[in-house]
Structure formats: C-alpha cells, structure tokens
Design a protein around this ligand. Structure first.
Ligand code: HEM
Length: 265
C-alpha cells in the first residue's frame, strides 16, 4: 500500500491525520484570536489588519482551502475511527462493557466537536457572509476611513484616508446582543475543552508524550488553553458588559448610543 493509502486506510494513519490537521487548526484559532484582540485597540488596528488580509486575494483563498481541507479530514478521520472502534467492540460481544476513561473523553470530543462545527457555521454566517444580524454586517456599515497609515511587521500595508470595511463596528455591534455573546461564550468554552484533550492526544499520536514529559505536557496544555479561553471570553464578555466601549466617532459608538429602537438585533 502507498504512503497516502496507509494514511487514509489504517487507523494509525487516520490518527496521524487527525493530529496533523488538529495542529493546523490550533495554529489558526490561536492566530485568529491574536488578530481579534486588536478590537481593543484603535479602530485602525483591526480594520487595517482585516483589509490587509482581504487584499491578499489568491493567497487568502489558498489558506481558506487548506483550513477547509483540514476540517473535512479531521471530522472524517474522527467519524471513521469511531465507527471502527464500535465495530471492534461489537465483535467482542454484548454484555462486555469496557468503561474506560478514554471512551468518556472521546464521547466528549465528539459532542464538543459537533457544537464547534455548528458554531463555525453560525460564525461564518455572522461575520463572513453577513446573513445573520444583517444590519451589523461589515458590508452594510458605512466604510471606515483609516486615521493613519497602517503598518504590519514594519511594512506600510494600508494608507491613511483609505476607506475600508468597518470590522471594528461589526464586532462591537454583534456582541452588544446578549444572545449572540452567550452563544459565543458557550461554544468557545466547549472548544477550549476540546483543544485541551486534543492537544495531549496530538502529542501522544506523534509519540512525544513519554512518561517523563506527560506532566509537563499537561501543564503546557492547561496554561495554553486557559490563556486561549481568557482571550476569547474577553471579547464578547467585555463588550456585552460595557467594560469595553467602542471609540468615539465610530459607527458602533453612534449606534450603541442611539435610542433602544435602533439597538442591534
Ligand atoms: C470571540 C471570538 C471571535 C471573534 C471576535 C471572531 C471574529 C471574526 C471576524 C471579525 C471574522 C471576519 C473577518 C473578516 O471577514 O474581515 C471572522 C472570521 C472567521 N472566524 Fe472568527 N472570531 C472568533 C472566534 C472564532 C473561532 C473560535 C473560530 C474557529 C473555531 C473562528 C473561525 C473563523 C473563520 C473560519 C473565519 C473565516 C475566515 C475567512 O474569511 O477566511 N472564529 N472571525
């Protein structure tokens, strides 16, 4: 059997694929969080950054395709591995119920994985396609004029005065709705526990979880996941509670100060 045949057909190969795609997805969610935290800075920050990403055109689509492939392979490997292990358990005969810790964790992984998938579908409809909370979608908001040149890693990428999509106002207006914020908070908490278990399994699969390392690996995973959770909870949490207010003069500040009838839906 060829190497790619082994990867897709054997259970060891599929576990390896889950680890590699999991690694890619953890990289994405971490980078995405760092980018999103710019919402607490000047509106130029997140708006300039989002405009730069969109200006990448073909390269952005290449990254999107890699992410989509990673999600599809990750879910496919999880489903087929589960079906295989059920078949194997069935062959051992009914009445023999092996209630091991691993099976509890994998049940949780399946459930939280499903919620995360539902969250991604909602999130894309919310912020990328603008088919929910449509009044607050970036394409419906007045363009934002950059207050200054925007630099990324020292390179000027967006010019002062350039009209860009108002991602800043979209995020503030989106999370001013308690139901939207609540859904994000629940989904992100489940995603964090999914990451915690996935992080350790990933290292186990690639053979980097030895007895000597296991304790350290657990600590690194817990610290990483707590930092990830804190960053992600901060965005809807601080906006909804009013602890973070949109900058004066932005569409979000004007709309949130307006009478209740024009509140974001
Ligand atoms: C509080 C948490 C989050 C905030 C504030 C947030 C914010 C955003 C925003 C503003 C966009 C649209 C960017 C644009 O089109 O200009 C976006 C896109 C996206 N987000 Fe999030 N996000 C959050 C959490 C997540 C999580 C946890 C995931 C994955 C599990 C995720 C996955 C994505 C994906 C896949 C896209 C589409 C990227 C693309 O256009 O190619 N986001 N997010």
């Amino acid at each position: 059997m060829s190497l790619s045949g082994n990867l897709f057909r054997t259970s060891v190969g599929r576990k390896f694929l889950m680890a590699v795609t999991g690694f890619i997805l953890i990289g994405f969610v971490t980078g995405h969080l760092v980018g999103n935290l710019q919402v607490f800075g000047h509106p130029d920050q997140i708006n300039g950054y989002a405009h730069f990403l969109h200006s990448l055109g073909g390269a952005l689509w290449a990254v999107r395709l890699v992410l989509l492939a990673a999600v599809v392979i990750h879910v496919w490997a999880a489903v087929t591995l589960t079906l295989d292990s059920r078949k194997a358990r069935g062959a051992e005969g009914y009445g023999v119920r092996r209630w091991i810790r691993a099976s509890l964790a994998s049940r949780y992984m399946r459930l939280s994985g499903l919620v995360v998938l539902a969250f991604i579908a909602y999130h894309l409809a919310h912020f990328t396609l603008g088919t929910v909370q449509t009044d607050n979608y970036k394409a419906q908001l007045a363009p934002y004029a950059m207050a200054a040149d925007f630099h990324l890693l020292g390179f000027p990428v967006v010019e002062k005065g350039e009209a860009v999509a108002d991602v800043y106002s979209m995020v503030f207006l989106g999370f001013a709705n308690p139901w939207v914020s609540l859904f994000y908070l629940v989904a992100i908490s489940l995603l964090t526990v999914h990451l915690l278990h996935g992080f350790e399994s990933m290292f186990q699969t690639i053979g980097w979880k030895s007895a000597t390392w296991a304790g350290w690996l657990r600590r690194v995973a817990v610290v990483f996941c707590l930092a990830y959770l804190a960053g992600n909870v901060a965005i809807p949490g601080l906006i909804l509670s009013g602890a973070a207010k949109p900058a004066a003069g932005t569409t979000a500040a004007e709309r949130l100060a307006a009478p209740a009838s024009s509140d974001p839906r």
